[in-house]
Design a protein around this ligand. Sequence first.
Ligand SMILES: C[S@@+](CC[C@H](N)C(=O)[O-])C[C@H]1O[C@@H](n2cnc3c(N)ncnc32)[C@H](O)[C@@H]1O
Length: 190
Amino acid sequence: MAHYFTNDDMPSHRQKIYVNVGGKSYEFITDNNVFSKKGLDFGTRTLLENLPNISGDVLDIGCGYGPIGIILADKGKVDMTDVNNRSLELTKENLKLNNRKAEVFFSNIYENINKKYDYIITNPPIRAGSKVLYDILLGAFKHLKENGELWFVIHKNQGAKTVLKKLELKYETKLVTKNKGFYIIMCKNR
Ligand SMILES: C[S@@+](CC[C@H](N)C(=O)[O-])C[C@H]1O[C@@H](n2cnc3c(N)ncnc32)[C@H](O)[C@@H]1O
């Protein structure tokens, strides 16, 4: 849980990582207290590699050091949020480093979000507990436009099947792919 609300208590140890997704190269600065600081998380990569052709208004909720929103920032108008201030600062730096633009702001779940999106895309914070997880996934319903889509990744050991069943009650859902236990799931308002 160290990389969530515990904002600046661990000394900084910045490093640069080099990432290639979809044939494009990116550089990211990461740090202690930030999710997957040593390299692009495999679940995040699997999610990115399975997204459709994104356009329109996009929300990257729980942006970490920023890989999802930054990689999508040349396709749509992206908002990026987190509760970890160090992540938010890194995301701003990483946008500049990769010559991309997006709005970056603090938001606990959807508390500071007052618009609707074509896509909400997330590698959600499992370790924040199931209430936060379901508030993010089920709460997306209210923040999606009529044909908007929620895309997320979750590992089978993190309860992917149970989560999928619960979401099926509210959304039209699709298990897009599975890779090494990571499930990529798409949900649409009915
Ligand atoms: C699994 S990490 C994903 C980070 C990044 N998107 C990536 O793929 O590398 C989940 C992120 O959610 C953030 N988070 C935790 N609790 C949150 C909350 N209540 N609201 C918004 N974001 C939260 C964490 O700080 C963390 O950066």
